[in-house]
Design a protein around this ligand. Structure first.
Ligand SMILES: C[S@@+](CC[C@H](N)C(=O)[O-])C[C@H]1O[C@@H](n2cnc3c(N)ncnc32)[C@H](O)[C@@H]1O
Length: 158
């Protein structure tokens, strides 16, 4: 919705869970963006686009579902010449980490690497890396982990 409010063009959003897409489409309607934004239930490994069709692919916190390198490689052809891809990926901010943290993260994110490693993968997949930045911790703490505590309580009650 933020993208739609700030960028021209049409936006198609994908998720495999119908309930998430229903909520996405409801949000679009509430913001009067329903003519510009459409949510579709579909897997990101089976996107319905022609080659050279898209100006921008935006995938926040989700490309890991099919793998960072795989997603980059498979989606490259959908972009128009001069198109952009913006992705977020869990990355190590240091060369060395406490082993406990590695042992926790790696089973969930086996492709987790340093930012430099991710940039190399981006370049190898045929893109020109333009910029990277680290999400502020507030994005995770205030917007994700804190609400998650409440959501888990409700879930356990159910
Ligand atoms: C961590 S969430 C991120 C969601 C959203 N981009 C955000 O920033 O809040 C990952 C999302 O990927 C969706 N997902 C998982 N596997 C998928 C697939 N194969 N194709 C499309 N979406 C998928 C999940 O249902 C979930 O909504």
């Amino acid at each position: 919705m933020v993208l739609a409010e700030h960028a021209p063009g049409h936006i198609t959003g994908f998720d495999i869970f119908p309930a998430f897409i229903d909520q996405f489409n409801n949000n679009a309607t509430k913001l009067n963006l329903q003519d510009k934004v459409k949510g579709v239930v579909r897997s990101m490994d089976n996107l319905p686009f022609q080659d050279d069709a898209l100006d921008l692919i935006w995938c926040e916190g989700a490309i890991y579902n099919i793998g960072f390198e795989r997603g980059l490689n498979e989606w490259r052809k959908f972009l128009k010449p001069g198109g952009y891809i913006a992705v977020t990926e869990s990355s190590w901010l240091t060369e060395k980490r406490p082993s406990k943290i590695e042992q926790y993260c790696l089973p969930h994110f086996p492709e987790m690497d340093t930012i430099a490693g991710k940039i190399t993968q981006i370049q190898k997949a045929g893109y020109l890396p333009i910029a990277t930045f680290v999400l502020p911790s507030v994005c995770w703490n205030d917007n994700y982990f804190t609400p998650m505590v409440k959501a888990q309580e409700l879930f356990l009650e159910k």
